[in-house]
Ligand binder design. Sequence first.
Ligand SMILES: NC(=O)c1ccc[n+]([C@@H]2O[C@H](COP(=O)([O-])OP(=O)(O)OC[C@H]3O[C@@H](n4cnc5c(N)ncnc54)[C@H](OP(=O)(O)O)[C@@H]3O)[C@@H](O)[C@H]2O)c1
Length: 261
Amino acid sequence: MGADAFKRYGELKLSKVVFITGAAKRIGATIARTFHRQGFKVIIHYNRSTTQARALVDELNSNKADSAAALRADLTDRDATMDMAKKVVGIYGRVDVLVNNASSFYPTKIGEIEQQTWDDLIDSNLRSAFFISQQLAGELKSRQGAIVNIVDTHSDRPLQGFPTYSIAKAGLKAMTKSLAIELAPQVRVNGVSPGAILWPPSLENDQDPDVLERRKDTLARIPLARLGRKEDIAEAVFYFATEAKYITGYTLKVDGGRSLI
Ligand SMILES: NC(=O)c1ccc[n+]([C@@H]2O[C@H](COP(=O)([O-])OP(=O)(O)OC[C@H]3O[C@@H](n4cnc5c(N)ncnc54)[C@H](OP(=O)(O)O)[C@@H]3O)[C@@H](O)[C@H]2O)c1
């Protein structure tokens, strides 16, 4: 083995490791790329997005060998979630940062909400984040690590028509504060609350005049007059994970001022 190869191997062995849930695409994938660019090894979790997860892992590994891996689990399946959480540390021998990003998001109507719908939204947004955090807490403590929860500005001001989702995200924000106390002083636990970053599926069709009108209404209520970028969220997550050494239990709104008006 030449000197350069040895140095590279040494670097790879020492790399910090981030585990991100729901990271095959969209904001989660941008968080994965951001950490990877900064020298982290990345373990992404996915459920249905197998093709995107494989493509992302290939992309990251082609930039740096043996630097990315993926684990699959349906986070509404309690046994599968715990089986996955138990495998995370074994992949690279350490975990320094956990990002709880996975989420399901759809409206629910009071009077018609079934137990199954409640479980789906609460399990994917809140319950799984708690039990994955608990499973990784010992490892994160030993690494002086960090947890970053991806919350939502609607944790403070519930989104009309989405009570179950809003309740789950409010729980995730409360969990951020509770775990900050429980895991201190070794592990810092913070949250990032996105405002409008990507249009939801109901507003994706930009050929529909009604959708364009509703998009205009949304933008009119954002002081910075645009959607946020996925990078705006990823950079805030990276800051909490690596640089914010004296901040814990805090959830930062990254919403272009939307929650001010
Ligand atoms: N997009 C926005 O503008 C916005 C606004 C406010 C807050 N947020 C928050 O920011 C985070 C990222 O947003 P996003 O729009 O990028 O998220 P997203 O695409 O809606 O969801 C992220 C991933 O969560 C995973 N997921 C959902 N249910 C799951 C389940 N039962 N088991 C396992 N995985 C599950 C999915 O993985 P698979 O695809 O692999 O199944 C999905 O790709 C979320 O926490 C979201 O609530 C986003």
